[in-house]
Design a protein around this ligand. Sequence first.
Ligand code: CDP
Length: 228
Amino acid sequence: MKKIIITIDGYSSCGKSTLAKQLATKLDYVYIDSGAMYRAITLYFIQNRVDWNVTEEVVNALKDVHLEFMYNPVSNASEMFLNGENVEHFIREMVIAEKVSEVAAVKEVREFAVAQQKKMGTRKGIVMDGRDIGTVVFPHAELKIFMTADITVRVERRFKELFEKNKSITIEEVKENLELRDYIDANREISPLRKAEDAIILDNSQLNMEEQLELVMQWVEDAIMAHT
Ligand code: CDP
């Protein structure tokens, strides 16, 4: 069957990566979490005290940032490696979430990440999720999805996820972070979060996982048919 590129963009924590992983497994595609790249760069900047408001510091620091995804058969997912070290666990923490949208708004950071993401798409059979995948990274993707869900649903989902690892996290903290990130992501100057004109909207506030996957698999089949 013909392989295509599927892009999933949308607000923070509306289940983009869950859907992307399910699609990749079902279709035997490669899943790429573009947000993990911005999170890993943020981790590097924090660890090395790089001031991301100073262009020269950013440009110099990025020369020493090497990002790589490696498949872990145990978790059945790709994990993020920063300069050879598995940072999958650290990049999901709140200290990173608090700063990642500021870092991701920096022009040089975006150019650095987008260039690598575009290269990953030279082969088809890819599902990539993020904020600008359908608009900037793969504007010619065969299937583009723009995901959204009610803020209360999104906060609950992310709170549950984070609470498992950190019992001191509060629901207010999570809500504040999601709202702030959405605001920065949608209002930044370079490639802001927005729906590509040809993207299909998926509001999953009222859908369970099975219903969602069934619906999207139909879109995938339609997209493959339309491009064969
Ligand atoms: O999983 P969650 O929705 O919380 O976010 P993520 O996909 O891990 O992305 C973390 C942050 O990286 C976002 O809030 C954006 O600021 C940034 N990002 C971006 O600017 N462009 C992308 N293609 C992906 C993420």
